[in-house]
Design a protein around this ligand. Structure first.
Ligand code: GTP
Ligand code: MG
Length: 453
């Protein structure tokens, strides 16, 4: 994908806004931009990194007045010559400026192509490029904080010191290979023990980081809370009340919801995914049966369950067989507006299930549910350290592979084989930062970024 031509794209999202930013990068960025504006000489004379006002003219038509900054290679984000244009924000103006640029011979940038050029020109390492993407897509303060740490390279010391220790061992092993005849048995045993200690420490430290990162990843994806119960209990009504908008269809007919409806929202900096489900009814309808099968799947995958019952109806006791007790569970007694519902409450309480009484119709009880959900999640993630050296799924994959490699190192083998295993671990650390990464991996990684990044 990497070509040495001049590319353009909007760096800001589509839509109306006060301003939008376009980026041009490539060997002819300044020449191309000069062809777009009336004030050619002013631009030629403009100092680097200084903003000036220009008129973009397409033939006789003025398209916009813009501010532009020029950057000379290598002192730019991509390391290439660049022009950054701030125009008025609006879909049409941005489209017309880009169209004009394409007519002049620039190319519309591919996904992540600016970042990929920055990486290939040595302006950012792969971990940093990924962390920019994570900063942009962070949905919680925690996710943002973690991404900024990686952007700043604060974890670098953690990996670098292990890498340096491995290299020391590798050099020592290689020396041993060369001078093996001079070996003293006691010294050799001490050295083997030293390698064993280092690998053990690495195993512990990397596993601990991986565990933290897996929990953080789960928090990033969102913690799943399933809303389950009989048809018509008011599950979809509760889902809508929790979200604050009418996401799910509500109807007095039993069996309205047949598929899972998943929506997330951020509560107290935790991303929570509420899953509305099909009612657990006895039915022979094929679609409803499939819906119930999916409900069971949602129950299995949820971190916590809200079991909704209609307080004005008889309590569906057979559901005790369907709703598991191995994860946090709340009994939500709905339709409180219809009067007395103490029977349902006491049945839940009799089974040591905490109860929340609500009326989705009257929008009453939302805060109580939110409070219960956050209390459980806070407790579950309370001892969580949010700082981990492993940023992305790609890095986690490399670390998992390295842990498997460590498990396979056999120190009884000849030193050249052990040295080879250690070299592979050193390569693992290099891969994290994008050294020696194959092109297809890089292309795939950057194609997950947005256009203009
Ligand atoms: N009186 C009263 N009616 C409610 C309340 N919550 C929901 N309902 C009504 O109960 C009926 C069923 O509501 P839904 O939210 O569709 O119930 P559900 O559990 O999602 O039903 P299924 O999707 O069929 O499983 C609708 O007619 C709602 O208006 C409530 O708090 N009070
Ligand atoms: Mg429903």
């Amino acid at each position: 994908m990497f070509e040495n031509d001049t590319i353009i794209a909007a760096a800001t999202p589509k839509g109306a806004g006060a301003l939008a930013i376009l980026r041009i990068s490539g060997p002819n960025a300044c020449d191309f931009f000069a062809k777009m504006i009336a004030e050619t000489e002013k631009f030629a004379a403009a100092k680097l990194f200084t903003t000036k006002l220009y008129t973009v003219k397409h033939g006789a038509e003025v398209l916009d007045e813009v501010m532009a900054i020029k950057y000379e290679s290598p002192k730019s984000f991509t390391g290439e010559q660049m022009v950054e244009i701030t125009c008025h924000g609006g879909t049409i103006i941005v489209e017309r400026l880009i169209q004009f640029a394409l007519e002049l011979g620039m190319r519309y940038a591919g996904r992540g192509e600016f970042s990929q050029r920055a990486f290939l020109n040595g302006k950012v390492d792969l971990k940093k490029a990924e962390s920019i993407n994570r900063i942009i897509h962070a949905e919680t303060v925690t996710a943002h904080r973690s991404a900024v740490r990686h952007y700043l390279g604060e974890e670098r010391q953690f990996f670098d010191s292990m890498r340096a220790d491995l290299i020391k061992m590798m050099v020592a092993l290689e020396t041993e290979i060369e001078f093996s005849e001079t070996d003293d048995v006691g010294e050799e045993a001490a050295f083997t023990a030293q390698i064993a200690t280092l690998l053990d420490r690495m195993k512990g430290d990397l596993s601990a980081e991986l565990h933290k990162r897996d929990v953080l990843h789960q928090l990033d994806k969102g913690v799943s809370v399933a809303i389950v119960g009989r048809a018509n209990a008011g599950k979809s009504s509760i889902m809508n009340m929790l979200l604050g908008y009418n996401r799910a269809i509500i109807n007095s007919r039993a069996g309205t919801t047949r598929d899972l409806i998943t929506e997330s929202c951020v509560i107290e900096d935790l991303k929570v995914q509420f899953v509305d489900t099909a009612g657990l009814n006895e039915t022979t309808d094929e679609i409803e049966l499939e819906g119930i099968r999916r409900t069971r799947g949602a129950i299995n995958e949820a971190e916590m369950i809200l079991w909704v019952v209609d307080g004005s109806q008889e309590f569906p006791k057979t559901d005790f067989n369907l709703i598991p007790r191995d994860k946090p569970l709340f009994g939500v007694v709905n339709k409180c507006d219809l009067g007395e519902n103490s029977a349902a409450k006491s049945i839940f309480e009799g089974h040591q299930i905490p109860v929340i009484a609500v009326s989705a119709l009257m929008n009453e009880g939302r805060d109580a549910i939110i409070e219960a959900v956050t209390a459980v999640l806070r407790e579950k993630f309370s001892d969580m350290e949010y700082e981990t050296a492993i940023g992305s799924e790609r890095e986690a994959g490399i670390i998992r592979r390295m842990l498997a490699e460590i498990a396979e190192v056999d120190l009884a083998y000849p030193p050249e084989i052990v040295a080879e295993s250690i070299r592979s671990l050193v390569n693992g650390f290099d891969e994290i930062y994008g050294k020696n990464s194959p092109d297809d991996i890089l292309n795939k990684l950057f194609s997950d970024f947005c256009i203009g990044k």
